[in-house]
Design a protein around this ligand. Structure first.
Ligand code: FAD
Ligand code: SF4
Ligand code: SF4
Length: 477
């Protein structure tokens, strides 16, 4: 009888790829997990119980066919596993690295629910596509035939690039506009290299370019080119600009020197360390934690990236202030654990009241407690009077979240409807906005979200654009 490769979850325990020791990884910006060895990937994939109703798949925003590619991996049929995996995901190796799997696929794995430890879906997904790149199975985009229609995509983040990929494969002429000098959006300049090494993103940009996608970089829409011009040049336009307006701190001294925005801090680090760019604010120390007592304010994934970047830059101490407790923070628990291992201290239930010095030398911290649940059921933090203290700090990083820029005003696009939060109003299935022929995807529609959701939106929107082109062609016949 053939050897059964699956259902090994009772005999084989959950095992992640090896994580580098904290003291070794805290000094560089390389990813912290090693690659699975071939046998290990097969063994871990073989733990899957091949559920008839796979909750992992229904909780993956891309509805990846997880049971099938796990089975193919367990059987050693990696090239086929890659074909199945890439059929639903534009960047599987990126999602395998940075999706919060504990909240998505793995958090809903049936064997996790039965106490056996989830299948390591993300690590296997990464392994399959990294291997595909090494083996040359990842092919250039080669449309079967060219089409006359052209699409302008504003924003080269995962949302815009996923749409570009689908449209270009169908033969559409695609131009991607971005204000930065490199494509990739937050995958390039926001997310640090220790979570996502930059060559992984750059080779995807190169693949798109080699397949005929035109990039117009260093081109800010609304400044270097108008929105109207882009509409005139293309048959359809997709807005994929993300959200970049940082929420600001209040309180006395909030404008002091040494209090910086998370996005500026992370972008400077990614540019200087990962790309070797000359970044004057990094070199001058303005956006560099080396030798400083750093305080990061916020409890989301951006805050986690800031504290861990500060450690790697050689900060003398790194503290994170968050106004709720550990269980109520928005950031991933896995990232908190990584940060703690690397030497970050968390001060739960604390909030900044003000700042001393200019340049800043301390944060005035007020202690909080969790009060009654609010309308959403979440406990609101309340100040504990008389318990303030000073936290010494030479660099304060604000990581309080992002809001959308006012696109209709910035672009003179009065017809572009936005929600009361400033995000672009768009149909979630197609990305259609209030202006015919203009679509929107990713964070600019959802608010700050995830790479995997931006990919989903980009792919869905591209399909809707293709349907529209097909309908127009039929009507013209
Ligand atoms: P973006 O990636 O923001 O790309 C938008 C692009 O549009 C940018 O390149 C920008 O330059 C360009 N643009 C904006 N305005 C203009 C203009 N006027 N003209 C021309 N170009 C313009 N998600 C995860 O899934 N896992 C993580 O671990 C994770 N970590 C994160 C860490 C940080 C620090 C941050 C900030 C976010 C993180 N996210 C993470 C969220 C994720 O990066 C975003 O949800 C995702 O990148 C959104 O994709 P997008 O395509 O909508 O926008
Ligand atoms: Fe899980 Fe993300 Fe991969 Fe979906 S894309 S299977 S959620 S890691
Ligand atoms: Fe396999 Fe878990 Fe998905 Fe079931 S839920 S198919 S066990 S990965």
């Amino acid at each position: 009888m053939a050897k059964q490769p699956m259902l090994k979850f009772v005999t084989v325990g959950r095992d992640m790829p090896e994580k580098r020791a904290a003291d070794a990884r805290a000094h560089d910006f390389q990813e912290i997990y090693a690659e699975f060895a071939e046998r290990k990937a097969e063994e871990q994939a073989g733990r899957c119980s091949q559920c008839g109703v796979p909750y992992c798949q229904s909780h993956c925003p891309l509805h990846n066919n997880i049971p099938d590619w796990l089975k193919l991996t367990a059987e050693g049929r990696l090239e086929e596993a890659y074909e199945v995996s890439q059929a639903t995901n534009t960047f599987p190796e990126i999602c395998g690295r940075i999706c919060p799997q504990d909240r998505l696929c793995e958090g809903n794995c049936v064997i996790e629910q039965s106490g056996h430890g989830t299948v390591t879906i993300g690590a296997v997904e990464k392994y399959i596509t990294d291997t595909a790149w090494e083996e040359g199975w990842v092919k250039p985009l080669t449309p079967a035939q060219e089409r006359p229609e052209s699409v302008g995509i504003i924003g080269a983040g995962p949302g815009g690039l996923a749409a570009a990929d689908v449209l270009r494969r169908a033969g559409v002429q695609v131009t991607v506009y971005d204000r930065y000098d490199r494509a990739g959006g937050l995958m390039t300049y926001g997310i640090p290299g220790f979570k996502l090494e930059k060559p992984v993103v750059m080779r995807r940009n190169e693949q798109l370019e080699a397949g005929g996608v035109t990039f117009r970089l260093n081109c800010a829409v609304g400044e270097d080119i108008s929105f109207e011009q882009i509409r005139e040049e293309h048959d359809a336009v997709i807005i994929a600009t993300g959200v970049y307006k940082s929420r600001e701190l209040q309180g006395p001294g909030a404008g002091a020197q040494g209090i910086v925005r998370a996005i500026d801090f992370l972008t400077a680090s990614n540019r200087a360390v990962n790309f070797g760019d000359s970044v004057p604010e990094f070199e001058s120390g303005e956006l560099n934690a080396e030798g400083k007592r750093v305080v990061v304010i916020g409890g989301g994934d951006t805050a986690m990236d800031c504290v861990r970047t500060s450690i790697r830059q050689g900060a003398t101490s790194v503290k994170c202030l968050y106004r709720r407790d550990r269980h109520n923070m928005p950031g991933s628990q896995r990232e908190v654990a990584n940060a703690e291992e690397e030497g970050v201290e968390f001060e739960w239930l604390t909030a900044p009241k003000g700042f001393k010095g200019d340049p800043v030398n301390a944060v005035v911290v007020q202690k909080m407690r969790l009060g009654q649940p609010d309308a959403t059921g979440r406990q609101s933090p309340e100040v504990i009077e008389g318990a303030d203290y000073d936290e010494p700090a030479d660099l304060v990083i604000k990581a309080l979240g992002f809001e959308p820029e006012e696109l209709p005003k910035l672009w003179g696009a009065d017809g572009l409807e936005v929600t009361r939060w400033g995000t672009v109003k768009a149909d979630f299935g197609s990305g259609e906005t209030s202006i015919p022929g203009v679509y929107a995807v990713g964070d600019i529609v959802r608010g700050a979200s995830l790479v995997v959701w931006a990919i989903r939106d980009g792919r869905d929107c591209a399909s809707a654009v293709l349907d529209r082109f097909a309908a127009t062609a039929v009507a013209a016949e």
